[in-house]
Design a protein around this ligand. Sequence first.
Ligand code: AMP
Length: 130
Amino acid sequence: MTIFSKIVAGEIPCYKIAESDDFLAFLDINPLAIGHTLVIPKKEVDYIFDIDDELYTGLMLFAKQVAAAVEKAIPCQRIGVAVIGLEVPHAHVHLIPLKHVSDINFSRPKLQLAAEDLQATAEKIRTEFV
Ligand code: AMP
């Protein structure tokens, strides 16, 4: 069971942004930028391009909806999208509020944010989710 499946099962907490029957969005706990959000299928599949077409399309449409909320809540130029997957073997889409191109450089040290800051950010984004 991946750490993200444990989040889906409610065994590990997350800073939840949005949820549907098939997908979940929550804050990355070691973000590259404030508002860095992960969108996952609840079904555990390691590699994003192994996901069947219907679920893949649904994931991207859900990510689009989440990105709109992140963009409204967090001052930025636009939302960057990335799929890496070298750390957690459960497909996930990174949504990263960008001010500079360097905000989406995964080789950079991650931000260390306090729990209350992550909580406040999640609340702000949740409010904008429609
Ligand atoms: P990657 O698999 O290379 O796309 O990286 C996995 C991402 O998941 C990293 O950005 C981590 O900070 C993030 N991450 C790992 N564990 C958790 C967790 N429990 N809650 C939220 N984000 C996590």
